[in-house]
Design a protein around this ligand. Structure first.
Ligand SMILES: Nc1nc2c(ncn2[C@@H]2O[C@H](COP(=O)(O)OP(=O)(O)OP(=O)(O)O)[C@@H](O)[C@H]2O)c(=O)[nH]1
Ligand SMILES: [Mg+2]
Length: 292
């Protein structure tokens, strides 16, 4: 699953302004007529419902918007460069790779249709027509186009689930997801059966909400151990967490505390989300003896 990619974007340079003079028969000293350069194209990021992953950004790394054309004689302005629109899945956030994490957010395309200019094209340079003054009627100067902005970006897709199911491996997260929705995650009696977050839609009458299994939470997940680190990002936007505990574990309460410690080590706001704590496998006699 490609849910985080790094790309380089470069907005178009502005076109140069032209140095040009009118040349007409019988007009010995034509005035300056150099037009302005066109502006460079912007790079725009657009959340598009028809795009479901960031996979295509793995193939190509550098994205450039087109340049503005240079100005021409007869006061003709150069054409502006076209914007380059990069289509991403809804729920993608855009981070500036060079900045520290608290000021790195460039754009947040949570909903389809949201867009943001992430790199501005350079302005076109002024042609020599613009430099005429009372003392200089025939300026031989024109401005160069500005350079387009260049940025290294991280695109990160965050699943937009309303409810996240968390808990140690093998506690029964997939079983709940499969029972509550039409999703068909693999269920097996060993840890790490689920290797990527799985989404399901839960229908309640006419309403529905999205539920996500977040796999691989173990001690040290926030440090990248197991699978957990990457996937914790996905639950940042959930409204509530279902914290599932295996009632048959040697110490269910300690399991819960350890998972919570992972959440707060990763991001404090995650640990502050409301949790519905669920003890699972209560059909087993030893669980009934232990928990009730
Ligand atoms: N007895 C009993 N077993 C259950 C219950 N719920 C799940 N299980 C079993 O627990 C095992 C693990 O279930 P999963 O749903 O795959 O657990 P998971 O949390 O998704 O596991 P990972 O994806 O590997 O982290 C399976 O053998 C399930 O059949 C339950 O309510 N009672
Ligand atoms: Mg699972």
């Amino acid at each position: 699953m490609f849910d985080r990619v790094e790309i380089v974007i470069r907005a178009g340079d502005g076109g140069d302004g032209a140095v040009s003079f009118r040349r007409e028969k019988h007009v010995p000293f034509g005035g300056p007529d150099g037009g302005d350069g066109g502006d460079g194209g912007n790079v725009v990021i657009l959340a598009d419902l028809s795009v479901t992953s960031l996979r295509m950004f793995k193939r190509k790394r550098v994205y450039r918007a087109s340049k503005g054309e240079g100005g021409k004689g007869k006061k003709k302005h150069g054409k502006s460069g076209e914007d380059l629109v990069l289509r991403v899945p809804a729920g993608t956030i855009v981070l500036d790779k060079e900045r520290s994490s608290d000021e790195a957010l460039v754009a947040d395309c949570a909903q389809a249709g949201q867009q943001a200019v992430v790199a501005r094209g350079g302005r076109g340079g002024l042609g020599n027509t613009r430099f005429t003054s009372s003392t200089n009627q025939a300026p031989r100067i024109a401005q160069k186009g500005e350079v387009g902005e260049e940025l290294s970006l991280i695109l990160e897709m965050r699943l937009i689930a309303d409810v996240g199911i968390i808990g140690f491996p093998n506690v029964g997260k997939s079983t709940l997801l499969a029972a509550a929705s039409a999703a068909k995650p693999k269920i097996a009696s060993y840890p790490f059966t689920t290797l990527e977050p799985v989404l399901g839609v839960v229908e309640v009458g006419l309403k529905s909400f999205v539920i996500a299994e977040i796999p691989g939470l173990i001690d040290g997940a926030h440090l990248g151990r197991g699978l957990g680190h990457d996937f914790l990002r996905h639950i940042m936007r959930t409204k509530i967490l279902i914290h599932m505990i295996d009632g048959a574990s040697a110490s269910p309460v300690e399991d819960m505390v350890r998972v919570n410690a992972e959440l707060s080590a990763f991001e404090l706001t995650l640990a502050q989300k409301s949790q519905l704590v669920v003890i699972n496998k209560i059909d087993l006699p030893q669980v009934q003896a232990q928990c009730f």
